[in-house]
Design a binder for this molecule. Structure first.
Ligand code: MG
Length: 160
């Protein structure tokens, strides 16, 4: 088995779409960035890559590359997971935490889990997504930004 950890943070900007774990959140601001800036998916990709010591998403999908402008991060996640499977591993489970002061995400968590389970060819019961605030402290608390962490466990596939 292999374990991986990922972290990402983005600045929030008025007028940007807010897409988290592939789900559009009705909101008048969203994470700024080169791609769709789906922060929890970025953390999840880094966790998957980290588990197999494959570098990070900055190496795989450079933000200097026009190809990735407004890229759908869930599609990039599928590419990363293909690379994981090519190396003989499958997802055991994933545990993601999104840190955002507002809006409340509880109504969207189930849909987010379904999107990620589909992208990772997994069951929804293996995908945990939690949302928290930092109680108005720091850059997430004052609305400057959003952060996310992800931990994954990968299982080596038995060869036969
Ligand atoms: Mg990012």
């Amino acid at each position: 088995m292999r374990i991986g950890y990922g972290y990402d943070a983005h600045r929030l900007k008025a007028g940007r779409e807010c897409i988290l774990c592939g789900v559009g959140i009705p909101c008048d601001f969203g994470p700024d960035g080169h791609s769709d800036a789906d922060v929890p998916v970025h953390a999840l990709m880094d966790a998957l890559l980290g588990a197999l010591a494959l570098g990070d998403i900055g190496k795989w999908f450079p933000d200097s590359d026009e190809k990735f402008r407004m890229a759908d991060s869930v599609e990039l996640l599928k590419l990363v997971y293909s690379a994981v499977m090519e190396r003989g591993y499958i997802l055991g489970n994933a545990d993601i935490t999104i840190v955002l002061q507002s809006p409340r995400l509880s109504g969207y968590i189930k849909q987010m889990r379904a999107v990620l389970a589909d992208a990772l060819e997994s069951e929804i019961g293996r995908i945990s997504i939690k949302a928290t605030t930092e109680e108005r402290m720091g850059f997430t608390g004052d609305g400057t930004g959003i952060a996310a962490t992800a931990v994954v466990l990968l299982k080596e596939q038995m060869q036969n």
